[in-house]
Ligand binder design. Sequence first.
Ligand code: ZN
Length: 86
Amino acid sequence: MQLESTLTCPSCGHRFVETMPTDACQFFYHCKGCGTRLKPLAGDCCVFCSYGSVPCPPVQSNDRCCAPVPWLESRPGLPGAERHSA
Ligand SMILES: [Zn+2]
């Protein structure tokens, strides 16, 4: 299992090698280059799955993610999908 992942910041392109925790998912990551707070893309459990070079340890070992996370449920719709007609 690989515990080191290279995160690539989507806004400034900086790359950072981070060691992933084996017992938890990391939802947020602050880019050390531009300060952007990265969060997982829809369907991903953590920033490593979305922006890392390797998926997070739970995904590597179980082929699935850890627990469902409540904040995903309350996520607003994708940009562009929400149209306010009034
Ligand atoms: Zn950045």
